[in-house]
Write a protein that binds this ligand. Structure first.
Ligand code: ZN
Length: 452
């Protein structure tokens, strides 16, 4: 095995070599983009048929050489349940057994690490509440990161080195925790501030670091605007990146008011599909060169532009290790029928609205705001927790968990109580109840966080 630092140094070099190409694709003509999507779709389906037994059986009637983006809808749809039930047969490297990937994820204690000197793995329950495990190959990890942040990097290009503060997951099972560890370099420096830290510590850290870019969940950015207005937080970021959750208009206004900085809204899923605003127009550019997104209604019928889709089918073009072809993601997106003033041919989507603010507010001596991430990271890191629902109570939370296999609920409760205590809620009452079933919305979505 090669040491982590050696691999990371090599990865940063490869990242630097790939950056210009990936940034340049934003300016591709519609024709060049369409040609690339067709070529890459065919290449992906060829790989899936050659190296994935599960896909081979499902796609045996498909001729990759005749396949087109328009005829993609003739292919079967796959779900997260399909992925998790057939994981070993879907991945294209026989060494990537789910047990092995899960054991790797279990071994990450806050630190990024390579699997088999080549792969990165992450776990996420996404907005559907069902846990999924995803593996990226060497180049796929680089491309996924650039897909999320290339519009930001384009804005930073030619300026001084970027100093990005990343306010994200504490657990290394989540991309937002590991990608900054992999790719932080002299040119794009990234420092993580795990959300499990108490706010005064985050504020002190940011005051010391003086980031040029502030990157975090909207609820956290919102909390930081209060710290800035109070005078405790004294930073001057040139750009603010809002990621992972709906950016409500009042939060955008508060951020712009606090720092006078533009807010880039970034949306991404652990599956590798992403979109980012460029800072010049409304909405976010889909990474059309990296994934084909089909907006559909609840029954899977195509939804036209300017109409909200109940879910999307995603075909990820760049990560052949885990071919995701027409993979269902239950995020609500609206593809806009307009071009951006920046001129990019990459389609625009409206600001993802998704769920409303899921943060829990508790009244103690002062109001304590608890981001759902505290719960999500603890629950999501346990491989046998399949689904969960967290219901706020006046003194803590009642949590329903659907498990598959043993879970140490006592330890989980202790971890959550300790996390809440650090945030200013000592003695919180947490109950954890194993359940056989969690009620879903008609859309198939699970409302995971129920504030009081
Ligand atoms: Zn644009």
């Amino acid at each position: 095995m090669t040491s982590y630092q050696t691999l990371r140094a090599r990865h940063i070099t490869d990242f630097g070599a790939a950056t210009a190409e990936l940034l340049g694709r934003v300016d591709w003509t519609p024709e060049r983009l369409a040609e690339h999507r067709r070529t890459e779709l065919r290449r992906l389906v060829r790989t899936a048929r050659a190296a994935s037994p599960w896909h081979r059986a499902r796609l045996r009637e498909v001729d990759p050489e005749r396949l087109d983006v328009q005829s993609l809808a003739e292919l079967p749809v796959m779900t997260k349940d399909d992925l998790m039930a057939n994981f070993d047969e879907i991945v294209t490297d026989d060494r990537l057994r789910l047990d092995r990937v899960e054991a790797h994820l279990d071994s990450l204690h806050g630190s990024d690490a390579y699997l088999l000197d080549r792969y990165h793995a992450c776990a996420s329950s996404g907005s559907s509440g069902r846990r999924g495990v995803f593996v990226y190959d060497w180049d796929g990890w680089t491309v996924a990161f650039l897909g999320l942040f290339r519009h930001l990097l384009r804005r930073q290009a030619g300026g001084p080195p970027t100093r990005m503060a990343v306010l994200g997951a504490a657990k290394a099972t989540h991309q937002s925790a590991t990608m900054p560890q992999t790719f932080s370099s002299g040119v794009v420096q990234m420092r993580r501030f795990p959300l499990t830290l108490p706010m005064p510590e985050i504020v002190a850290g940011l005051n010391e670091y003086q980031p040029s870019v502030l990157n975090g969940y909207p609820a956290v950015l919102y909390a930081l605007t209060h710290e800035a207005v109070s005078g405790r937080l004294d930073i001057a970021p040139g750009t603010v990146v809002s990621i992972a959750e709906p950016l409500l208009p009042e939060i955008r206004a508060a951020v712009e008011g606090a720092w006078g900085a533009p807010v880039l809204n970034v949306w991404g899923a652990s599956e590798g599909v992403s979109a980012s605003s460029c800072g010049q127009g409304p909405g976010l550019h889909l990474s059309d060169d990296l994934a084909i997104v089909e907006p559909v209604d609840r029954d899977g019928r195509p939804v036209g532009r300017d109409r909200a889709a109940a879910k999307i089918y995603v075909t990820v073009l760049f990560n052949h290790t885990m071919p995701l072809i027409r993979y269902e993601i239950t995020d609500e997106l609206t593809v806009l029928d307009q071009r951006c003033p920046c001129g990019s041919a990459h389609q625009l989507i409206g600001d993802p609205q998704g769920r409303l603010d899921d943060s829990f507010r508790y009244s103690r001596d002062a109001e304590v705001l608890v981001h759902p991430h505290l719960f999500r990271s603890a629950l999501g890191a346990r491989r046998n927790v399949i689904e969960y629902q967290v219901r706020q109570t006046p003194t803590g939370a009642d949590i329903a968990v659907r498990c598959q296999g043993p879970v140490d609920l006592a330890a989980l409760g202790d971890e959550l109580r300790a996390g809440l205590a650090r945030l200013g809620l000592p003695g919180a009452e947490i109950t954890l109840a194993p359940v056989a079933h969690i009620e879903r919305h008609d859309s198939g979505k699970l409302k995971r966080f129920l504030p009081l």
